[in-house]
Design a protein around this ligand. Structure first.
Ligand code: NAD
Length: 439
């Protein structure tokens, strides 16, 4: 329920711009108040949000709290704890020929910013950027994904009841509404989603010289070295891959490993999947559903890309695809031609680390690169010889829960980053100040 139903996007932006012009959003006290209110929303209305996430994605309540609601609460707590310190002017040395003088930087809010979110983590990926925008003292227009309609409706209903309505607005809608929004002038646009739409966003932003953050996706590889404990590898890999039915931007997309390790890993994965979701994952309360029929049909077309180790079954009426592991997958098979974004894990065989590195470097820069290895040399080589948004050894996906690490992509996986103080940097201008006494 939008709070001003008849308002056009231009009206919304004008109203928020008028609020920003009063200076109300600049004091630390206002920022803290908004963050505390958002925290209250998440704790008091967590169950409503979890129910919406279940309706949209079949997300279990535990997972909804862990990966969306509590995740965002932790991001707020970290920000509340450090914001005053992050906002302190940063002094820098002044060259001799200018002294006496002082020089420092201050963080200026940008104004009115736009956050456009996708459907896969529709609470976290809308509200974590909003946390940064508010912490930096901006007004914000939040555009949830129409493909998670229950969550979109819940957020649109709740945000105006907790936050400053003249500083934060939710605009719901699909392509036409987003296109109208993008025709407005914003001071920053923060977009999470796919690269095609990322290009549309950046083109629209260019009209107004509006800076953008693009949080995109791609295929995130996993290298599994010889001689690693495959029970541990399989458990951590499966938990990261099949959470949210594989619809996670940093989900391990495919595995690169030598043929012998591949044979052993496939057995370990089949075992771990039985532990995680039981004999019939369709009956597990912890296993999610594919967001819509379009994605279900797309994923169905990828199931024949290799030898099925486990899974491979599906049910269109329930948008269910079993957790699936495919072995002996050829690099040119359909499943390797696009970001999977679903519960299918291909094992691709390479001779050794050199071949794995060449394979990774031959393709778009991934959002995340993962490796399981006991070798420091291998870790060093992967760090030095590959480029990716993030790099994690021994545990996929969890790097984005470290609030002091920047989260973002490079190349085709995006530009800019956020979380913690990186969100503050993204949503402010670091203003240079020189102060030379007159006397
Ligand atoms: P989506 O379809 O929900 O689209 C994202 C947003 O773009 C929505 O709000 C939608 O309304 C808007 N949109 C769609 N078409 C548009 C158009 N023509 N003009 C303007 N706006 C438009 O989500 P999606 O793109 O399917 O999301 C999945 C992709 O996002 C995957 O590639 C995934 O890897 C990536 N992703 C990245 C991150 C990250 O943090 N880097 C997180 C989640 C998802």
């Amino acid at each position: 329920m939008p709070h001003h139903p008849s308002e056009s996007p231009a009206d919304v932006v004008a109203r928020l711009r008028a609020t920003f012009a009063t200076g109300r959003t600049k004091p630390l006290a206002w920022r803290r108040e908004q963050l505390e209110a958002l925290r209250r929303l998440l704790t008091e209305r967590g169950d409503e949000l979890a129910a919406a996430l279940h309706a949209d994605l079949g997300k279990g309540a535990k997972e909804a709290y862990r990966t969306e609601i509590d995740f965002t609460v932790r991001e707020i707590d970290h920000t509340l704890q450090h914001l005053a310190q992050w906002l302190r002017p940063q002094p820098v040395p002044v060259p001799e020929r200018l002294s006496p003088a002082s020089a420092y930087t201050v963080q200026d809010p940008l104004g009115v910013v736009l956050v456009i979110a996708p459907w896969n983590y529709p609470v976290q990926l809308l509200l974590a950027p909003v946390v940064g925008a508010l912490a930096a003292g901006n007004c914000v227009v939040a555009k949830p994904s129409e493909l998670a309609p229950a969550t979109s409706r819940a957020v649109a209903g709740l945000l105006p009841r907790y936050l400053d309505r003249d500083a934060v607005a939710v605009v719901e809608g699909a392509v036409p509404e987003t296109t109208d929004l993008l025709a407005q002038r914003f001071d920053h646009i923060f977009y999470t989603g796919n690269g095609q739409v990322g290009r549309i966003v950046m083109r629209a932003a260019a009209e107004n010289l509006t800076p953008v953050t693009l949080e995109l996706g791609g295929k995130s590889p996993v290298f599994v070295d010889r001689g690693t404990d495959l029970g541990t590898v399989a458990a951590r890999l499966a938990a990261a891959k099949f959470m949210n039915a594989g619809q996670t931007c940093v989900a391990p997309d495919y595995v690169l490993t030598d043929p012998q390790t591949a044979r052993e890993l496939e057995k370990a994965l089949a075992e771990v999947l039985r532990d995680l979701y039981g004999q019939d994952p369709a009956e597990s309360p912890d296993y999610g559903r594919i967001v819509n029929e379009r994605h279900f049909d797309r994923l169905s077309g990828l199931l024949d890309s290799g030898r099925t180790v486990t899974g491979g079954t599906r049910d269109r009426a329930r948008r269910y695809i079993a957790p699936t592991v495919l072995a002996e997958v050829a690099p040119d098979s359909p499943v390797m031609g696009e970001e999977i974004f679903g519960p299918i894990l291909p094992l691709v065989e390479v001779a050794d680390l050199d071949e794995a590195i060449a394979f990774i470097r031959d393709r778009d820069k991934p959002l995340a690169l993962y490796a399981f290895t006991e070798s420091q040399t291998t870790r060093d080589r992967l760090t030095r010889e590959t480029s990716s948004g993030g790099l994690a050894f021994g545990l996929p996906v969890a790097h984005l829960t470290v609030s002091d690490l920047p989260f973002g992509g490079v190349g085709e996986s995006g530009m800019g980053s956020y979380h913690g103080r990186y969100s503050l940097d993204t949503f402010s201008h670091r203003k240079a100040v020189l102060d030379k006494p007159l006397g």
